[in-house]
Design a protein around this ligand. Structure first.
Ligand code: ADP
Ligand code: MG
Ligand code: MG
Length: 251
């Protein structure tokens, strides 16, 4: 599904390398997690995959189902099936959440050459998915993320993901501001979307989230590289012993 090879990225503004040869393959149907100390480049990886400005790829490649992601505009990446949930979801004053969602869904359908969803179809789908995520009608009408609590923003993000039905979902989570209930809801949302044709890359600072979203594979990132890969037990090892042992082994 997602194949990253020897990815090197530097900041556009400064001569500072941030990703220093990331290799990562995520297969369809799998959930991969990336953990790692602060500043190791986890968020940068998700930003570069989404096509955010400010970063320059100096070497390597990233493909989605064999197609070159790095050549695509951000909207083309979304149309190709990439979804990114960010640490800090944006607030959009004056645009109703439902309107925003419908625009996003239909823009993606159009880019894929599919027919737009009718208002009735959309309403039915959004209500169904919102209910499953315990998002009430009021939250659907309010401007996007305005005044939403941390937990509400998270649920809204999962709703966006559920509506867009992406193939490759990348979640960059600080876990901060997520209380246990919100974390459970997000995890359930993710688990409900698990599917043989869909893959997840869950970036997280703490093992806690991975108690609920059980990953198939865990990677540890440090200083711009994946330094260790293992099963779910690797997350437990980090929780118990921190990163020091893994990092000294990796050198
Ligand atoms: P993580 O998500 O693993 O905590 P980041 O990807 O946020 O790490 O950051 C990796 C490194 O790159 C850090 O040292 C950070 O300070 C630096 N960095 C990232 N983006 C910028 C930027 N726009 N300007 C300056 N430094 C940046
Ligand atoms: Mg950070
Ligand atoms: Mg980060």
């Amino acid at each position: 599904m997602l194949e990253i090879k020897n990815l090197h990225v530097k900041l556009e503004e400064e001569d500072k390398a941030i990703l220093k040869g990331v290799d990562l393959t995520v297969e369809a149907g799998k959930v991969h997690a990336i953990m790692g100390p602060n500043g190791s480049g986890k968020s940068t990886l998700s930003y570069v995959l989404s096509g955010r400005d400010g970063y320059e790829v100096t070497d390597g490649s990233a493909t989605l189902e064999g197609e070159d992601l790095l050549e695509m505009e951000p909207e083309e990446r979304a149309a190709a099936g990439l979804f990114l949930a960010f640490q800090y979801p944006v607030e959009i004053p004056g645009v109703g959440n439902m309107t925003f969602l419908r625009t996003a869904v239909n823009a993606q359908r159009k880019a894929r050459g599919e027919e737009e969803m009718s208002a009735a179809e959309f309403l039915k789908a959004v209500r169904e998915k919102a209910k499953a995520l315990k998002i009430d009608a009021d939250m659907l009408k309010r401007p996007v993320n305005m005044g939403f609590s941390g937990g509400e923003k998270k649920r809204n993000e999962i709703l966006q993901m559920a509506m867009l039905e992406p193939k490759m979902c990348i979640l960059d989570e600080t876990d901060s501001g997520l209380d246990v209930d919100a974390m459970k809801l997000v995890s359930e949302g993710v688990n409900a979307l698990r599917d043989a044709g869909r893959a997840f890359l869950v970036i997280t600072h703490y093992q806690r989230l991975l108690d609920h979203i059980r990953p198939d594979v865990v990677h540890i990132m440090a200083d711009g590289r994946i330094v260790k890969t293992g099963g779910p037990e690797l997350a437990l090892e980090v929780e118990q012993n921190g990163y020091a042992d893994i990092l000294s082994e990796a050198v």
